[in-house]
Ligand binder design. Structure first.
Ligand code: ADP
Length: 609
């Protein structure tokens, strides 16, 4: 019976080995030890089968091969237990600096035990006692093997008990299995003294390990999950770093743009100085675009970019974009023509912020990479009233330098810029089209390009939006213009801990003839709001001791408080406006303050055109 058990175990171990070796494995010491255990078990079982066959063939048990094979079985058991003990030692060692050193010395001790014990087992005498069913080896050689094995099992169990807090419950399972099987073996041998089950039991432990902790698939998945967690952690750290950096860069930029704009408007400066100030504003805006681009791409890569659908008037949006692009063309001999269909519905629903961003980017590129000729911006649409969908077709055609055929495929890759010799004079990072493509696809749209090198290019965006109404909303205005006289006398409270930011805000707000009151902390703002009356509060978010959100919460606790509060922050990250509105702010302005947005906010809360 023992022989059949060993044969079936060997077949099973063989199948496991085929599976184990055919799969990609995690390359760590545990897996390598398990590999040795598998190989060793198959050798041990083969030896066992060999002695079994010799016995069945009635070979004289004093035969040299029989003796050597049966002694080798005991060498195998000692080696198996040594590897198993080393395995338990390995999993009970915490991750420390000198872990490898400690492991190495344990390995040397185990190897030493093996080298000392093996010759004793092989050289010392053994004799056999024949029973009805089998022959049992006896003698000093066997006694040594038994004693070493028993000591190793006791050592392993002791090690596991001592380090039970370090070893994970899952990994200790094979040891439980070994102990239980040894008890079973002990009991079984009491009833059937002829049964030599040890080899069979050791292979059961190996099989058990395969199905619990050493399965290559499970290990690989665990390893991949760990790598994924680590990558996600690193990515979070990167996004956080980028958003902090963007905040840090925006704050001084706010001052640079703000003061330069004041210089441009100042009546006391000559035109050369004003030109320099204009250049400073242009350069700062470029820097701002780069900061925004890096922030966008890192958000896209971290899968943190969200689609935020809102209702909008498409005519207003596309006409607004035309107005924005004309100053970008500047004095170049380019005719800009827009061809926006009259069929555009009055109200569409989609992520209008991202739509503007992608269209503005291809318009800006056309303006950047065209020196003369024309840029045609056309928008057409197919309205499907039954499904309430509107398919927008947006095209920007230019007579610029065009793109070489071989470059077209790389066009939407990050940091890819072409014609470096010509490009050095044109600002850019090569991020724009990568962001444009990702955003367009996130919105369910498609961007394509056709170009003739030296003649011009056409970028087309096709995107579907929800059709809310064919009628334009009443009272919508395309212009955001400000009537400065309208606001004279209105009282505005500006809250910012940075003196320089207060000065910038003061300068920007000066033409509107407001009465501006400054607060340098949340506490001061609370005091002022309680005693004075204000028409609007502009509130910085990041302030020490009491931040803007907390200050707003306390302001709202003042009985009868109904002053609109607008968040004013350098934290210009996608979706932040929603966050501030959820926090109870009426609106949101990002730094550097964009005059267009400022006018929008002032008109909305102070009443304008
Ligand atoms: P950037 O403009 O910041 O360099 P983009 O990703 O927007 O980055 O564009 C990548 C490259 O594609 C540009 O550097 C330019 O070489 C080329 N390109 C983009 N748009 C046009 C265009 N309309 N005409 C010619 N080349 C273009």
């Amino acid at each position: 019976m023992g022989l059949y058990m060993s044969i079936s175990s060997l077949i099973f171990i063989g199948i496991l080995m085929m599976d184990f070796f055919s799969k990609e494995r995690v390359n760590n010491i545990e897996t390598r030890l398990y590999k040795y255990l598998l190989i060793l078990t198959s050798i041990g079982l083969s030896l066992d089968i060999f002695t079994g066959i010799l016995y069945n063939l009635n070979v004289d048990y004093n035969n040299f091969f029989y003796m050597i094979a049966s002694k080798l079985v005991f060498v195998y058991i000692v080696a198996w237990l040594l590897i198993f003990a080393f395995y338990i030692k390995l999993i009970s060692m915490p991750n420390s600096e000198n872990r490898n050193k400690k492991l190495y010395s344990s390995f040397m001790i185990f190897a030493f035990i093996f080298i000392i014990v093996t010759p004793f087992i092989l050289i010392l005498p053994v004799h056999y006692i024949e029973t009805d069913a089998t022959i049992v080896p006896k003698g000093i050689s066997m006694i040594i093997a038994y004693i070493v094995s028993a000591l190793l099992i006791i050592y392993t169990i002791g090690l596991a008990i001592k380090n039970r807090k370090i070893i994970s419950k899952r990994k200790i399972k094979p040891l439980y299995a070994l102990v239980i099987l040894l008890i079973v073996n002990f009991l079984a041998q009491n009833f059937f003294p002829d049964l030599f089950l040890i080899n069979f039991l050791l292979s059961l432990v190996v099989i058990f390990m395969y199905f619990t902790i050493e399965n290559p698939d499970v290990k690989m998945i665990k390893e991949l999950n760990m790598a994924k967690d680590q990558a996600e952690k690193a990515n979070r750290a990167k996004s956080e770093f980028l958003s902090n950096m963007s905040h840090e860069i925006r704050t001084p930029l706010n001052a640079i743009v703000g003061f330069s704009e004041c210089l441009i408007e100042s009546p006391n400066l000559d035109s050369e100085a004003k030109d320099h100030a204009k250049d400073i504003v242009d350069a700062s805006n470029n820097l701002l675009e780069i900061v925004n681009g890096i922030l966008d791409i890192s958000k896209i890569e971290a899968n943190k970019m969200e689609i935020v659908p809102k209702e909008y008037n498409p005519k207003e949006v596309f006409n607004g974009l035309c107005k924005l692009i004309i100053p970008r063309i500047g004095a170049k001999p380019i005719e800009f023509r827009s061809n926006i269909t009259e069929d555009l519905p009055g109200i569409l629903k989609g992520d209008v912020g991202k739509l503007k961003q992608v269209v503005l980017n291809i318009l800006t590129n056309a303006a950047k990479y065209t020196d003369r000729g024309e840029i045609i911006f056309s928008v057409s649409c197919i309205n499907r009233i039954d499904t309430k969908k509107c398919s927008l077709n947006i095209a920007v055609k230019d007579t610029g330098r065009g793109i070489k055929k071989e470059d077209i495929n790389k066009l939407f890759n990050k940091f890819e810029r072409f014609d470096e010799d010509q490009n050095t004079s044109t600002e850019g990072t090569g991020l724009g089209l990568a962001i444009t493509k990702s955003l367009t696809e996130m919105m369910g749209g498609r961007i394509t390009v056709s170009s003739n090198y030296g003649e011009g290019s056409t970028f087309r965006i096709n995107i579907e939006q929800d059709l809310i109404s064919m009628e334009a909303p009443v009272g919508s205005s395309e212009e955001i213009e400000i009537d400065y006289s309208l606001h004279s006398g209105k009282r505005i409270l500006v809250v910012d801990d940075s003196k320089i930011n207060l000065k910038v805000a003061n300068n920007i707000l000066r033409p509107y003839n407001f009465t501006i009151v400054e607060a340098t902390s949340g506490f001061e703002a609370l005091e002022l709001a309680e005693t004075g009356t204000f028409d609007l509060i502009l509130m910085d978010i990041m302030m020490p001791k009491m931040n803007g959100v907390e200050c707003l919460r306390r302001l709202k606790e003042i009985p009868g408080f109904d002053i609109p509060v607008v968040a004013l922050t350098a934290d210009a990250i996608e979706g932040q406006d929603e966050k501030y509105i959820q926090a109870g702010f009426n609106d949101y302005l990002s730094k550097p303050i964009d005059r267009y947005q400022l006018n929008r906010v002032l008109n909305k809360y102070l009443g304008g055109k």
